[in-house]
Design a protein around this ligand. Structure first.
Ligand code: NAD
Length: 278
């Protein structure tokens, strides 16, 4: 039977550590403030923004909410980010994605001062990660490294396969595993014989965006499986990119959906916010 990697418990542990740190900083006269900008009212984005606010409250981080109407222009959004960049009392800036189609996401990301880029999406943050320099790391992959480390799973020297090459999950994930001395392979939609590649993995990270695509046929006996996917099925239940029931019999450890990677993303965002004042 596979060990369940409990992202809920590990994320709570991290948030409790951060809460202590924030209280200590407050006692020394330093406040942590995160500005969260949402444009429009996409329901999924509203849930994510709400969860981020709740996490800030729990830890003791001030959150400034900017809920802008759908018709906000790119110019108006860039102007607001410019103002927040200048404000000494704002440590982190987060723009909830996706943005309405009339706004260029790349332009918006590039406008955020890299010293306040707590999502880790700015090209300067990504470049720093690539060459092993200090900078904010994208929250979901950073959370996965914490899940592995805090579960006592060694990365150094292991065959690590990441399925997916997106800018927010797959690519930074591969770079982080490399930083931890894993031997890393990135598989994607053009990979030939995916099963042959994934069956080499001691640690398999699945960020493919396809519900329950990864069955036991893709997994080596005893591998660690991390499921990044989140989907709501026709039965209204959440599931991941991995067919949990099928895979749990062959792997040594696995993350559930929900309660695996998801809660870690917000915990690492909070961690980046605290880092912004250190
Ligand atoms: P994406 O759609 O940007 O990228 C998917 C990647 O999978 C692509 O790089 C593509 O090459 C690859 N791919 C697609 N079909 C494939 C196939 N048949 N074989 C091999 N590779 C294939 O998705 P993303 O933003 O990286 O997100 C991936 C999943 O993770 C989604 O389900 C998303 O909802 C979820 N997600 C979860 C969190 C979290 O906090 N838990 C955060 C971000 C994303």
């Amino acid at each position: 039977m596979a060990t369940l990697i409990d992202g809920k418990a590990i994320s709570t542990q991290i948030k409790d550590e951060l809460k202590e740190k924030v209280a200590q900083l407050k006692a020394e006269g330093t406040k942590v403030t995160l500005a969260v900008i949402q444009v429009g009212n996409d329901p999924a984005s509203s849930v994510y923004v709400g969860n981020k606010k709740k996490a800030c409250e729990y830890i003791g981080i001030n959150s400034l909410a900017y809920e802008l109407p759908e018709e906000t222009t790119e110019e108006e959004l860039l102007k607001l980010i410019g103002e927040l960049n200048e404000r000494a009392d704002v440590n982190g800036i987060l723009v909830q994605l996706p943005l309405p189609s009339h706004i260029d996401e790349d332009k918006v990301i590039r406008k955020i001062d890299p010293s306040k880029d707590v999502d880790g999406f700015h090209p300067q943050s990504v470049g720093a990660l690539c060459i092993g320099q200090k900078g904010y790391v994208s929250c979901t992959p950073a959370g996965i490294i914490q899940l592995l480390k805090r579960s006592g799973i060694e990365i150094a020297g292991k065959e690590c396969v990441v399925i997916g090459r997106s800018n927010i999950v797959g690519k930074p994930m591969a770079l982080l595993l490399l930083r931890e001395n894993g031997t890393v392979t990135v598989a994607h939609s053009r990979t030939k014989d995916l099963k042959e590649v994934t069956k080499r993995a001691d640690i398999l990270i699945v960020a493919v965006g396809k519900p329950k695509m990864i069955t036991k046929d893709y997994v080596k006996e005893g591998a660690v499986v991390i499921d990044v996917g989140i989907h709501r099925g026709a039965d209204n239940k959440l599931c991941g990119d991995v067919d949990f029931q099928d895979v749990e019999g062959v792997c040594s450890a696995i993350t559930p959906v929900p309660g695996g990677v998801g809660p870690m993303t917000i915990a690492m965002l909070m961690s980046n916010c605290v880092e912004s004042v250190l």
